[in-house]
Write a protein that binds this ligand. Structure first.
Ligand code: X90
Length: 278
């Protein structure tokens, strides 16, 4: 049996279709606000967690799954690919690597690989979708690894963030990147680059941010490729982006979804992430 194990930087709880020969499971990151620990699984009330985070004045933080959690999720299968959030911003990838070593030592016959997506959210969803198709095919394990590592370079993540306070508070981006964003109504329109946030524009107002974002995506996207838009409590904005993109390229295959708990925490209320094929 083949299996995909992703961490909760990937938004999807299930694969898009049921595959007979491919299993999927998701290991949670967690978010701590005050004394409350929120586990980012299917039972998490994301809205409640975000409200708590917004009303609490003190520090909050996140934590990645440890090696044991990855290990447990993998162990029931023979050919396993783990998909982790960018190793530049989180220890999740490292935990997955440790789990891989543990499994290889104990069960040398198992085949196992970890994909460092260098990204998060909808880009990870695209990678998992592609991986499910590859694992369902007749390709060998080594061929699948080669294909998915190549696909990773053919997808991209852009975003609009209304605040990057949580990135700064958690020491995950420098204060310099954060500067000027705390100014009222300035949004960051940017991309994932080398595994971290890259600011492309600082824009006043959400409407202008949308226009700027569409310009960036237009330059890179495959005209008939797949797009996943995920939002943190901003369905209206996400649907607007969908419309604007379809106006440019009417053959795009666009899905809109909600962010996971982890992505909602970092994207913050109103934030939107767009993963797409280039
Ligand atoms: O505690 C941890 O190990 C988790 C730290 C995660 C930090 C990154 C979260 C990214 C969520 C938000 C915006 C998109 C930026 C992507 C840059 C790669 C998604």
């Amino acid at each position: 049996m083949r299996k995909i194990v992703a961490d909760s930087s990937c938004n999807r709880l299930l694969l898009p279709i049921n595959y007979e020969n491919v299993k999927y499971s998701r290991v949670p990151l967690s978010i701590t606000v005050n004394e409350t620990n929120y586990i980012d699984d299917e039972n998490l009330n994301i809205s409640k967690m975000i409200e708590h985070m917004e009303s609490f004045k003190g520090a909050s933080c996140t934590a990645c799954p440890g090696p044991g959690v990855w290990y447990e999720a993998c162990i029931d299968s023979d050919e396993i690919i783990m998909v982790s959030i960018t190793s530049v911003l989180s220890g999740s990838y490292n935990s997955a690597l440790v789990a891989k070593e543990m499994i290889e030592e104990e069960f040398p016959e198992k085949k196992i690989h970890v994909v460092d997506t260098l990204s998060a959210g909808p880009m990870n969803d695209l990678i998992v979708e592609k991986l499910a198709q590859l694992m369902d095919s007749d390709l060998s394990f080594d061929e699948i690894v080669k294909e998915i590592e190549s696909y990773k370079t053919k997808v991209k993540l852009n975003f609009i963030l209304l605040s990057i306070d949580n990135f700064i508070k958690n020491g995950r981006v420098s204060k310099i990147v954060g500067l000027a964003v705390n100014t009222l109504n300035i949004n960051i329109v940017g991309e994932a680059k080398e595994g971290t946030l890259n600011t492309l524009h600082k824009v006043r107002g959400f409407k202008k941010s949308l226009v700027t974002l569409i310009e960036d995506i237009k330059q890179n996207c495959l005209e008939n490729g797949k797009v996943i838009i995920s939002h943190s409590f901003n369905e209206e904005g996400a649907l607007k982006i969908k419309d604007l993109l379809l106006n440019e390229f009417n053959n795009l295959k666009i899905k809109v979804e909600e962010c996971s708990g982890l992505c909602s925490y970092y994207a913050e209320r109103g934030g939107i992430l767009i993963g797409y094929e280039i």
